[in-house]
Design a binder for this molecule. Sequence first.
Ligand SMILES: [Zn+2]
Length: 359
Amino acid sequence: MNDAYARFCAELPKAELHLHIEGTLSPQQRLHLARRNGLTVRHGSIAELEAARNFGAAGTPQEDLKEMLDYYYEGIEVLRTERDFFDITYDYLRQCQAENIRYAEISFDPQAHTARGLPFAAVIDGLHNGLVAGEAAFGVRARLVMCINRDRSVESAFEALRAAAAYREWIAGVGLDSIEQGNPPLKFKAVFDRARAQGYRLTAHCDVDQQDSVRHIWQCIDELGVDRIDHGINCIEDVALVSALRARRTCLTACPTWRPRDAGPRRVDRMRTMFDLGLRVTMNSDDPGVLASGSLGHLMPHAGAAGSFTPAELARFSIHAFEGAWLPSAERDAYVREVTDYLRSAERGLQAGQAAGAS
Ligand SMILES: [Zn+2]
C-alpha cells in the first residue's frame, strides 16, 4: 500500500454501520474504567489483556465467536455508570472525527447491562448524552441501534423493547447479536414484528461461517423482514440468495477484521466476490477495541489493499454505507455527494501527480 492510497482512505468521507460501542473498549480503557470504578479484574495489565484477546487458536468458527464474546462480555463488566457510557460514546465520536467517519450507527447491548443490575436508563442516558455532546464537539452524526442478545430468552428481548419505549426517538433501529448457534433468527420473529410495528429499522447478525449461515440469512429477509444484515458474507454460497439480496438492495455490513494472531485482514476474498456481484456490501470494524484491526480508518487501507480495491471501489463502499444509513433520503444523498465530489477531486489530484511524474 502506498502513501497516496493510505491518504485517499484517510480523507474519504466514511460511514460506519456495524460497530458495537462495548467493543470499542480497548485494553487501556478497560483498565482505566476498572480503576475508576474500584474493580478487581481478572486481567489486570495491558500484557494480560493483549494475551487474552489473542483468541481463536485452533477453534471452529463457532468456538472462535464464543471466545471472542467471552473476552467482550468480561470487558463490559467495567461499565458501571452513566458516565462510563457517556465517555465511551464521546471518545468514539472523537475517533470518528480523526478518521473522517462522517456518520456512525452505533450498536449497544442493553440486556448485557441490565442483567448485571444496571438500570436501562443509566445505559441509554449515557449513550444518548455522549452522542449529542460528541456530535456537537466533533461534527460527527450518529444514531443508536439496540441489539437483542440472541442467546437470551424471547421474554428478555421483549423486556428490552418495553424498556426502550420511553426512549423511542433516541433509538433508530433494533438488531440481533451474540451466540448464533442454536439461536436462529426465527426465534425472535415476534420480537422483530413488534419492533417493526413500533417504527424501528431492523438489522440482524448472520455471523461468518456459522452453522446454517445461509438459512439464517434467508430467515432474516423472509421472516424478520430486516433491511440490513450484519456480516452475511456466506450469502455468496447461494445464487438465489444473492439475487434476492440484490433485488431488495439489502445492505450487508461485512467486517474484514483481524485478530492479533492473524497476518492481516480476513474475509477479503469473499468481500471482493460480494462487491463484484453487485451486492450493497459495506466495510466495517465491528469491535475495534477487541480486534487488532482497530477502527474503520485503520482497517480500510489494509483491507482495501488486500482485496485490490481501487480508490473508486473504496468510494463505492462508502456510498453503499451512506445509501444503507437509516437517515432521511435528503441527508443520505448529501453524504453520497460528498463522496462523489471527493472521489472526483482525488482522481484529478492523482492524474495531475501522474502527469507531473511523466513529464
Ligand atoms: Zn457485530
